[in-house]
Design a protein around this ligand. Structure first.
Ligand code: COA
Length: 188
């Protein structure tokens, strides 16, 4: 299953803003976000539980894919912006499931180290969940994470996701990332 799975089709927000929370926004990616994504996907510390860093070439392709897929409504992989400072500090996404035997959509989040542990990933995820259930009318959402990723497990639990267990498969967009815990949230 890919990030452009045909079952996933959404009208992208006209103003380029996917989610607004009290401190953050998740917005459409633009070409100048390359530097941010290089910090996110090119930093060994950020990628330690995600199979290692991605090459610059791959990051460039990923940004382009995010921009095209957003415009075509095939995935909504956005940039997290601090409302007060206007700084772009990570990414947050609603995209087709990357889990081979699970259909539907998944949310993902990455927050730069200097902005971590402020509740930002949890806050933007709540916004993504509201968007997915209220606007996109999805039945359920997934979160996947390395079983050793304590922060990701805490976020999933806190947001009310139920653990489906651990499984192994090759992640379609990450290097050497094979072990995954899968979490699910059903729309109420
Ligand atoms: C995972 C990540 C997105 C969390 O972002 P964040 O904004 O710091 O998360 P929050 O502040 O919302 O914290 C959520 C919980 O995780 C905890 N946490 C955050 N970083 C942690 C860490 N490195 N180790 C253990 N727990 C951590 C927080 O304390 C909080 O738990 P608490 O409410 O019980 O205190 C961020 O660490 C990151 O981008 N990591 C690298 C990429 C990654 O692993 N992405 C997730 C892929 S599934």
């Amino acid at each position: 299953m890919s990030l452009t799975e045909p079952l996933f089709k959404v009208t992208p927000p006209g103003d380029g803003i996917l989610v607004t929370t009290s401190r953050l926004r998740c917005v459409e990616p633009r070409p100048s976000d390359l530097e941010l994504l290089q910090k996110v996907f090119g930093d060994p510390a950020m990628m330690v539980l995600l199979g290692g860093t991605l090459t610059n070439e791959f990051i460039q392709k990923r940004l382009l894919d995010w921009q095209v897929s957003w415009r075509e409504g095939k995935s909504l992989c956005g940039i997290v912006e601090e409302r007060q400072s206007g700084k772009r500090i990570g990414s947050a996404s609603i995209h087709p499931s990357t889990v081979p035997d699970q259909s539907g959509a998944e949310i993902s989040y990455m927050i730069l180290p200097e902005y971590q542990r402020r509740g930002y990933a949890t806050e933007i995820s709540r916004g993504l969940i509201d968007y997915a259930f209220q606007v996109m009318k999805l039945d359920h959402l997934l979160i996947t994470g390395n079983p050793q990723n304590e922060a990701s497990q805490k976020i999933a639990k806190r947001l009310g996701f139920r653990c489906l267990g651990e499984t192994e498969y090759v992640h379609p967009y990450l290097n050497n990332c094979t072990k995954h815990t899968i979490w699910i949230l059903q729309r109420q």
